[in-house]
Design a protein around this ligand. Structure first.
Ligand SMILES: [Zn+2]
Length: 536
């Protein structure tokens, strides 16, 4: 048994950064990988957000078809939010499909995998608080068997951000950035060690490892990684931080080389991100904008609301919803991560909200207003594009998604808390997600050294399923891109498509209780989101 397909995920990787690093000699292995394989830009879903994007990559489906839209799930009735779990994925994944077809599958550090699906293979989920990691792994006892690996550190592997206690704007000097970057370098080695151990011990036909330090470093260290987007580095400590960032990528390159060497030349290796990245300087205070337009009203209590500590755990994310006057609010944004707006609908004719018959006109007017809004400092539009729910969340699970989703001109994030300014400016350039991620592949039947046109993140799952020798399920929206294969490869081994099956047989035990996080554990996860600037 050997690894047939190795998927290496680099969260947030963009050729904008990687090309420069290859040019500077920081990533020589990646350079040779691309020279011997296929390279493409890869367009992600809207919004370009980690959990729905990886879930789309793993399922080949759009968010409305698999059910994950955000880091959080909004309970429409109560307007409370909770963290999403693997039970929110109403769809097969590449891992469950492989397992159902008698192939072993291993998934390391992927989101949306907690609680772990009971597949033939290994699962160590990502985004799990360290105390829950032991119960989160599959098969049972897996974590105990990993603890003897040299350098294994459960807290670092999982989400114990208490180790760092940095915030997005909080890293003021080298003394704070340095250990944080080195932690992420160690974490990637930790994941690599687990991959190596499991692959040597009992390889899986489909093996997938996600390295997420790329995303983290680009969020906080964009100005050091690409000073040309910000300002020239001045002090010694700034140059030192840049050197540490480059060292992270140099070590990551070494990990990629060792992974490819371990699986050997007969393995098809796919290297992808979940979205791209770019610089950002601002945040748009969406709920304050809605208030100015008369769509939203804060309650009288909002002025005196203690925004810190009044609520525990994940409830804090949507704490502003406690501050809204629901008798006068027609639209609101629930989470800063979604860049989405919900419209309150008056379904029975007697409740506050927009009457059903006015919904279309109301929404069109809001789109026009959003596109016309100008940044008071620059006179430039704030919102580049507004997506309707039907455009980006069509599918059986789309009805809990936001009514509107924004793409901001600055590529930045929204803020959901009240503010006197519509647009706030960051003290320094930060990194934020963009639509174009990376795709690269090298393997036995693949073309060598070619750059092809843009692919979709939805193409990855069908490609993996095809590489495993399985028929591509009709539910997968993407295609197997023939242009990545050598001439004749498709003729020898054509893509087999099978009709969409009846409701998906998930590999999750639907009746099993979802482990409940206590507020303290939720706080650990939130801490990580806060650190990246997602949550306020
Ligand atoms: Zn991501």
């Amino acid at each position: 048994m050997s690894v047939n397909t190795l998927l290496i995920g680099l969260d947030g990787a963009t050729y904008l950064v990687l090309d420069a690093l290859m040019e500077q000699g920081v990533m020589p292995f990646l350079q040779s990988f691309l020279a011997e394989g296929v390279r493409a830009d890869m367009r992600t879903i809207v919004p370009p957000l980690t959990p729905p994007a990886w879930t789309s990559l793993m399922t080949g489906r759009r968010p409305g078809e698999h059910g994950v839209f955000d880091f959080f799930q909004l309970e429409p009735e109560s307007r409370h939010v909770r963290f999403f779990t693997s039970h929110d994925i109403h769809s097969d994944t590449i891992f469950s499909l492989a397992s159902q077809n008698g192939l072993r599958a291993t998934a390391l550090n992927f989101p949306s995998m907690f609680p772990a699906p009971k597949i033939a293979g290994y699962v160590v989920p990502g985004w799990v608080p360290w105390r829950q990691l032991r119960l989160a792994c599959w098969p049972e006892g897996l974590l105990d068997s990993l603890k003897n690996l040299p350098g294994f550190n459960q807290r670092e592997l999982a989400m114990d951000i208490k180790l760092e206690e940095r915030t997005t704007e909080g890293c003021a000097d080298s003394g704070e950035y340095g250990p944080w970057i080195e932690l992420h370098t160690r974490r990637e080695h930790n994941w690599f060690d687990i991959f190596r151990h499991l692959t040597v011990e009992n390889p899986s036909a489909l093996t997938a490892v996600l390295f997420d330090g790329v995303d983290k470093l680009q969020h906080l260290c964009w100005r050091f990684i690409r000073p040309e987007d910000a300002r020239p580095l001045e002090n010694d400590w700034e140059h030192k931080i840049r050197a540490l960032c480059l060292e992270y990528f140099r070590r990551l390159d070494g990990i990629l080389e060792q992974m490819c060497a371990l699986v050997g030349p007969e393995t098809t290796v796919l290297l992808t991100s979940d979205h791209g990245f770019g610089p950002t300087r601002t945040a748009f205070h969406i709920n304050s904008w809605l208030e100015r337009k008369g769509y939203l009203a804060w309650s009288e209590a909002a002025a005196t609301w203690d925004t810190q500590g009044a609520l525990l755990g994940v409830s804090q994310v949507a704490r502003h919803t406690w501050m809204l006057d629901w008798t006068r609010t027609l639209a609101f944004s629930a989470t800063p991560t979604s860049s989405g707006i919900y419209i309150v609908i008056n379904r029975d004719g007697n409740s506050p909200g927009v009457p059903v018959s006015d919904y279309g006109a109301f929404r069109r007017r809001m789109i026009t207003d959003l596109l016309e809004e100008r940044d008071p400092r620059t006179g430039q539009p704030i919102v580049e594009h507004v997506w309707t729910r039907e455009e980006v969340f069509s599918g059986p699970y789309g009805d809990t998604a936001p009514d509107l989703t924004l793409t901001l001109t600055d590529g930045g994030a929204i803020s959901i808390l009240p503010s006197k300014d519509l647009v706030s400016v960051r003290p320094d350039v930060a990194g934020q997600h963009r639509p174009l991620g990376i795709f690269a592949a090298r393997g036995p039947r693949l073309r060598r050294g070619v750059r092809i046109g843009e692919l979709s993140i939805l193409d990855v799952a069908p490609t993996i399923v095809h590489t495993l020798g399985l028929p591509v399920p009709g539910e997968m929206r993407g295609r197997v891109p023939e242009e990545i294969y050598e001439q004749g490869a498709m003729r020898d081994r054509p893509v087999r498509r099978v009709a969409a099956a009846a409701p998906v047989a998930t590999s999750y035990d639907e009746s099993a209780a979802i482990p409940k996080m206590n507020p303290e554990d939720e706080e650990l996860v939130l801490e990580r989101l806060r650190e990246l600037g997602y949550v306020e």
